[in-house]
Write a protein that binds this ligand. Sequence first.
Ligand SMILES: Nc1ncnc2c1ncn2[C@@H]1O[C@H](COP(=O)(O)OP(=O)(O)O)[C@@H](O)[C@H]1O
Ligand SMILES: [Mg+2]
Length: 599
Amino acid sequence: MADNDFHYELSDRELAGRIWVRLRPYRRRIGWALTLLVFAVPFVNFHPLVWGFVADALVDQTLTSGVLVMWLSIMLGSYLIGIAAGAVQNYLLEKTGQAFVRDIRAELFSKFQEQSLAYHRDCRTGELVTRITSDVDAMEQSVLQGLTALVEEFVTFIVVAGMVLWISPMVGAVSIIPLAFAFIFIRKYNRRVKSLYAGVRKKLGNIGSFVQDRLAGILVTQSFGRRDHETEKFRENADHFYDSSVKASRLRNTYFPIVSVFGFINNVIMLGLGAWLIMNDSSLFSLGALLAYRGFWWRLQSPIRTIAQTSDILQRARAAATRIMELLDKPVSIKNESDARSLGSVNGAIDFNEVSFSYLQGKPILKQVSFSIKAGEFVAVAGGSGSGKSTLLNLIPRFYDVDSGSITIDGTQIKMVTLDSLRKKIGYVGQDHYLFDGTIWENVIYGDPAAAEEEIFSAAKKANAHDFILSLQNGYETQVGQNGVKLSGGQRQRLSLARAFLATPRILLLDEPTASVEPESEFLIHEAVLKRSRESGGTTVLVTHRIDLLRQAPRILFFDQGRLAADGAHHDLVEGCSAYAEAYLRWEVEEANQISVLR
Ligand SMILES: Nc1ncnc2c1ncn2[C@@H]1O[C@H](COP(=O)(O)OP(=O)(O)O)[C@@H](O)[C@H]1O
Ligand SMILES: [Mg+2]
């Protein structure tokens, strides 16, 4: 059963923990970078002191050109050292950031691959794309750029504040006071912006999903002449994003100027108090000190601005990171049991024992279904629309797990074997099976990447696909487009068959493989499936309501509202099961109508 109740919330500490686990492989690099950073800051910020020393020496008339050159060399030298260390540190961190992005993307993608079909049906593809692209970027910004900026500014603040206090404890202390108010404001801002950014990200996700969905359905939109309508709806989505972004912007532009003003008051105090002390001939302050303060003021103010802005980035990124971690932490509903073993070679007998299944609790789709299919048997599955035929097929490769009862292959419970080993024994072809963007060759060989050329040709021949492939201009090298859009429905299905045949599964499951194909292809597909069933000796389970196939099938499992209503050959069912007889009549009429329309 699909489980949808998963509530996710992370404290800052938990989030940091999850990020740190993923940064651990790079901890040495990060350690070096931080060391260099702490080392570089005093060097880069040394120069205002030199201005002060030189100015005081000038006032005292003690400056000689030798001393001046010495100071200038020290000033330039320390700056160069600081800049060089900073550059190395920056490089190390950027490299770490990129590695982090690469790792987390790979981890996310692998998780998407692992998640069950139920999961992918319930979630929107566009949203997953947004997570793996822009959310990961936003997270990288926070984790490395944001945190480095914070650390750098914090160290700068400490160093510069130290110098300012060293020059004059009194002026320094008084001028730093307004900065404390600035910090208080930043904290307030942080709290308010947090929820806002969660909203902004969500709206962006909505835009992504909408575009993805509507582009996939562009044919429908155009054929119904609904372009304007869709554009209008897109506009609504874009407006929602706009509204929440503007709200965030308003908040930012209310708080940041206030923070700047507090920072600037620090500047006013330095000049005012400093000049006043000099005017009063105090020995507590000098012109050189005033000049040095002039250089330092900005370096005290800038950390505050940066911290304000960075916390902004951090909030944005926190929202992104939480959503990424949510995906990574989301439990996988269909997975290997802890003591699962690999399923060895199989003959292909399938048993359903009292199997019940529901997608949603309380709405059973399959009810107490039991049957045995012998190895090598050809079985047709029939039933009205919604009677649970596709669901039944999906249970065999464990795309979904049963609620109760069990399914066995050659007597082995499928729950007890590894998913990969189980699925490799089973070929599955759905109504319109997906083809990847690439060549025909690439799509067919997907079934068995190690296959030789003859094997591929042979699989394509068995699937009645070889001839049409060769008739295409580029043959096997023809690009099929995303989901095979450049081919007809029947051609796509025959490629899907070839792909499944190449993997030589012992069990072949086909879910109305001709539901969306043209009549010539329908015949070719049925012929291919029947021939394979005869020649390979494998088990075939085919969901269909084509009357000619039902009449020929040695055995039919007929489903009615999730129950196995009848089991036998066509003529037995027509006589023994009134529901089947009625359904058969209906299919007969449907087909006759189709044919008369075609004529
Ligand atoms: N992913 C799903 N979530 C919820 N209900 C589903 C899902 N897939 C199918 N169903 C429901 O299960 C029932 C059986 O579906 P299905 O097995 O596809 O029928 P069939 O293939 O016989 O037409 C239908 O009522 C359908 O609405
Ligand atoms: Mg179906």
